[in-house]
Design a protein around this ligand. Structure first.
Ligand code: BES
Ligand code: ZN
Length: 616
């Protein structure tokens, strides 16, 4: 497999447009997850013209690319996977030779197209296969309204190549236009300038004027309607969810205003969100201009909107300044969690944000402990080494929470004012560019920390070392301390009904459910459930945390609820711990039985993980 050594000045044309400071950056990187050789030829613009065929579960059409080539270039290599079928290729209008290479684990198949260094444009006519990993085709039954089919993509980390032949690494960017034909009655939306109304003929056009990496390519097709929330914000949802969603996310515009106040102007003009069917494998995905979100964050009380703050924050960390490779994933996610909590703090205050940080700290400690037990200490480094592995393996609380705590340490060490100015400049100066971990550390030394302070804070140990360094800031939530006091009182014999839970937010309830002892008897489980109604909770986080207890403690009253949840919800973050609980409680047969029924409802991202978890 060809590794990519990207150097900004190897392409003749590139040096004219590149920011001169760019050459000084520590910006050499290998992307072990793409066949592309951007130092030879890159795509600068995509014109995508396709038909979405729900009957055959395929997308077919033509992708036309503008190229930038280095002197002597003879080919351009794109990524594909999952039997994406190339029908014909032209270069500057003439038929061109191409070779579809053989499959390489974790990468897919390279597509090499013959060009010269004078080639300006190539066109690829192709169709996807029904098992394209990014795509999930849903029947009406799997949607909220139950009246129309639905399609959505999930491209991150390296699944864009299953539906578009493309240079599929985060270090390469291009702009795009698209024309998409869908069945009448459905609306198509992309990570681009979007329609607000259905078209009569099912044809939609799109424009993404800012350069983005392939993992931010996104498409969804369904029967959804648009509701404006604020001057720059809106929500797409199926009609039966519109009212609930509009209430739940009414603060989106406030979040956008708070975010801009913190770290500079929002660069993507509008910020909309679409509520997808429950099989969406993630909580949210930061597709530019249109975040894709799970309906499981609609709790009825706006308590799970930190996810909106998170995906919005990616409009800076990730979408503007992008991790160069998936080994640098913490630059996307750690910065985003930090930014997310600052948005939440602006809207709801310090105490509130501190509860979120505390929950994150608990997750992080658990994750570090689990990796250490599995002898995978190097997976607790911020800078990862995912070569020959699925980049999905890097998606753990390390990138998110250890990344967050490093930034929190920096903030604490230099003071908020200085740190905010630093971050704002970082986003501004590196906008629409890639960032390696090394370039960030150089930037940190050049703009925030003296060499001595850098050493003192042990930044290298944070980035290249295992576990949680001793100087990790520890969140202190006095609201959670009160929760813990009530648990102690209950364990000391005070009836659940007499506990002081007045005014608790769902975060306090979540902390309560997570912190009660794991081994409870039937009487205790029943008492808690009858008093607090956990089994009937409308809050997916609380419900999933409660399942840990119901499964392990044989509280079978909850079994039908657990089963129903697993069959309907495909969000991996909930599926993994729930199926794991069955396994660890010695009930793998029960888990497999449910999974057999649920699996057809899941996206490939989730089935891949669950197949492994529940396999023989
Ligand atoms: N970009 C991620 C989702 C992702 C990461 C998809 C890696 C594929 C590979 C997104 O921003 C995210 O972090 N989602 C979280 C939300 C959260 C931390 C608030 C999720 O889905 O749980
Ligand atoms: Zn994220």
């Amino acid at each position: 497999m060809a590794l990519v050594l990207f150097s900004c000045n190897t392409s003749e044309n590139a040096s004219e447009t590149e920011n001169p400071t760019e050459t000084e950056k520590n910006m050499n990187f290998n992307d072990a997850h793409s066949f592309a050789q951007p130092q030879i030829a890159t795509i600068t613009h995509l014109n995508w013209d396709v038909v979405v065929n729900f009957d055959e579960k395929i997308i077919e059409g033509t992708a036309t690319y503008d190229l930038k080539t280095a002197e002597g270039a003879t080919e351009i290599i794109l990524d594909t996977k999952n039997d994406l079928e190339v029908i014909s290729v032209t270069a500057d209008g003439e038929k061109a030779n191409f070779t579809a290479g053989s499959f390489v684990e974790h990468l897919g198949n390279p597509l090499a197209i013959e060009i010269t260094d004078q080639t300006k444009q190539i066109s690829i006519t192709y169709k996807t296969s029904p098992n394209a990993a990014a795509l999930q085709w849903l029947s009406p039954q799997q949607t909220a309204n139950k009246t129309a089919p639905f399609l959505f993509t999930q491209s991150q980390a390296i699944l864009a190549r299953s539906w578009i032949p493309v240079q599929d690494g985060p270090g390469m960017r291009f702009t795009y236009d698209a024309k998409v034909k869908v069945p009448e009655g459905l609306i198509a939306l992309m990570s681009a300038k979007n329609p607000k109304e259905k078209s009569a003929d099912g044809v939609y056009t799109f424009k993404m004027a800012q350069p983005i990496p392939a993992y931010l390519m996104a498409l969804t097709v369904g029967d959804v309607e648009y509701t404006q929330l604020g001057a720059h914000t809106g929500i797409y949802a199926e009609s039966s969810l519109t009212e609930k969603a509009s209430y739940e996310f009414a603060e989106m515009e406030d979040m956008l205003v708070a975010a801009e106040k913190l770290y500079g102007k929002y660069q993507w003009e509008v910020y909309d969100m679409i509520i997808l069917p429950p099989s969406f494998p993630f909580g949210g995905m930061e597709n530019p201009r249109l975040t894709f979100a799970t309906p499981t964050i609609i709790a009825g009380d706006r308590s799970l909107t930190a996810l909106v703050a998170h995906e919005l924050a990616h409009s800076w960390s990730g979408n503007l300044v992008t991790n160069a490779t998936w080994d640098d994933f913490w630059l996307n996610e750690g910065f985003t969690v930090y930014f997310e909590r600052r948005i939440m703090e602006s809207l709801y205050g310090e105490e509130y944000a501190e509860m979120l940080a505390d929950l994150g700290y608990q997750d992080l400690q658990q994750t570090v402990e689990d990796y250490m037990k599995k002898n995978q200490a190097s997976d607790t480094h911020l800078k990862l080494n995912l070569k020959d592995r699925d980049p999905d393996d890097g998606m753990s609380d390390i990138a998110y929470e250890k990344g967050y705590f490093l930034l929190r340490l920096l903030e604490k060490s230099v003071g908020r004012k200085k740190f905010d100015a630093f971050l704002k400049n970082y986003f501004t100066q590196n906008a629409f560019q890639v960032m390696t971990t090394e370039a960030f550390l150089d930037y940190l030394k050049a703009n925030l920390l003296s060499e001595e302070f850098y050493e003192e804070l042990k930044v290298d140990a944070w980035v290249y070392g295992p576990g949680l360094p001793e100087n990790c800031p520890v969140p202190e939530s006095n609201r959670f301390e009160k929760v813990e006091a009530q648990i102690t009182a209950w364990q000391g014999g005070k009836p659940a009904a007499e506990l002081d839970t007045a005014g608790w937010s769902s975060h306090e309830w979540l902390h309560f459910v997570r912190s009660i002892p794991m081994n409870l008897d039937l009487k205790q489980m029943t008492e808690l459930d009858n008093t607090f109604g956990f089994t009937n909770s409308g809050n997916s986080e609380i419900l999933a945390a409660w399942f840990q207890h119901t499964i392990r403690n044989n509280y079978t009253v909850a079994d039908p609820v657990v089963k129903n949840f697993l069959i309907n919800v495909g969000r991996r973050k909930f599926l993994t711990p729930t199926y794991k609980a069955f396994k660890e409680a010695g009930k793998i047969e029960q888990a497999r039985e449910i999974y057999a029924e649920a699996r057809p409802n899941y996206h490939s991202v989730s089935t891949q993980t669950m197949d492994e978890l529940l396999g023989e």
